[in-house]
Design a protein around this ligand. Structure first.
Ligand code: NIG
Length: 392
């Protein structure tokens, strides 16, 4: 079945296949064929076509690789003490970001690249086959460009987050002018997305809108950090600006939920962050029941959420947020892809159907339910990314 000299592989012994395809749904008794970097066939195992290679998965569940649409992996330094103080009762403050900014600026390129690659590899080993990461710990033109360049060499999607915090010593409006001018000009060629932390202690609504307008004028897609530490304008602004995603959504009013449900903006929930900062957990049920699109992401960063485990996020979403297993798995795969606008077309991620990227996450379990049934147990058996076995 090989065309164009691409090697084809038929996967059999699949106990349960999550496709996230509206027509295919969740399947059993099926086989899947990849050719090169793509899935080319899904159907009854008894009718599986011949292929160059045959892989028997021995009765294991297969799902699309996780799509982690929110991380901050270009950083240096350590904030263990801040975490320990928080667990001893101190509140989380956005100002902690400045600690990582200082360490990141002081680090050499090789150190930053090493940290980034180590975390990307850690995520891949746990089944994350599509990864977004952000700048935002540089906050000078040179450091933001460096962060974007390093990120672009390692991950699938890069987001400019120059508007993460007003750096110490800066006037907020002067810093916003820098972000919207020289910084965006220099960083835009390296990134697809721009983001702003719209929150008390970071950027207010007007400043956030100014950043998003400047980014949109340069052709970047928009994302927003919103409603993380309290109710606020972030969600409303994200919807108004047509952002692809608004991330956190921890403190939502009923009108925020309605706005999301009536929009194309994905509500990306970051439950590991809420646990690690001792925030309440987001009302996933209200969002889903209203018809909003929900994604789950790790928010891996050294301050508010130092985990790359999407399985942990899925288990938490099921056990603590009231999501069903199917909803949580979909949110951590298709939802993340939708938040990055990569869920359709040739090479789509977060789905397994003919034409999609051949990113397969094989669990050492007969069904995806085990992700929540056996929380904390490492269930990744094997991972194929772009048709190539990368784990183990
Ligand atoms: O998504 N909210 C803002 N940014 C990160 C926090 C980063 C940090 O504390 O270093 C977040 O939680």
């Amino acid at each position: 079945m090989a065309v164009n000299n691409a090697v084809s592989t038929v996967f059999v012994g699949i106990s349960e296949l999550t496709t996230n395809d509206d027509e295919l749904g969740q399947l059993s008794g099926v086989a899947l064929v990849t050719e090169g970097e793509r899935v080319v066939w899904v159907g009854p195992a008894a009718r599986a076509p011949e292929a160059d290679q045959r892989v028997d998965l021995g009765g294991r569940a297969v799902l699309p690789g996780w799509v982690d649409s929110h991380t901050h992996l270009v950083f240096a330094g350590d904030r263990t003490e801040e975490f320990a103080a928080r667990m001893a009762g101190q509140p989380y403050r956005a100002g902690g970001i400045a600690v990582t900014v200082e360490a990141t600026r002081a680090a050499g390129d090789a150190e930053l690249a090493g940290v980034l690659r180590r975390h990307a590899a850690e995520a891949l080993a746990q089944g994350t086959t599509c990864l977004e990461t952000k700048t935002g710990y540089g906050l000078t033109v040179a450091d933001e460009v460096r962060s974007a360049r390093l990120a672009a060499s390692t991950v699938d999607e890069v987001t400019f987050l120059g508007a993460h915090l007003v750096p110490p010593g800066w006037d907020a409006d002067e810093y916003v002018a820098l972000v919207c001018g020289d910084m965006l000009d220099a960083v835009a060629p390296h990134v697809r997305w721009a983001d702003v932390f719209c929150e008390t202690g970071a950027f207010d609504e007007d400043q956030s809108r100014t950043v998003l307008l400047a980014a949109a004028a340069r052709g970047l897609g928009l994302r927003v950090h919103g409603n993380q530490l309290g109710p606020g304008p972030g969600v409303r602004l994200a919807v108004e600006m047509g952002a692809a995603s608004v991330d956190h959504c921890t403190h939502l009013t009923p009108s925020d939920v309605d706005a999301l449900a009536g929009s194309d903006t994905v509500a990306t929930l970051l439950p590991a962050c809420d646990l690690s900062t001792r925030q309440p957990l987001p009302d996933a049920r209200a969002l889903l029941d209203a018809g909003a699109t929900v994604a789950l992401a790790s928010n891996c960063n050294p301050g508010s959420s130092y985990t790359s485990s999407m399985a942990f996020c899925v288990a938490t979403a099921v056990l603590q947020l009231g999501m069903s297993v199917a909803e949580a798995v979909r949110a951590a795969t298709w939802g993340g892809a939708r938040a990055l606008r990569r869920e359709t077309g040739d090479g789509a991620v977060g789905v397994l159907r003919p034409g999609s990227r051949a990113d397969l996450h094989v669990l050492d379990a007969p069904s995806a339910t085990h992700l929540a049934y056996r929380p904390g147990v490492p269930l990744t058996h094997a991972v194929w990314q772009r048709g190539r076995r990368v784990v183990p």
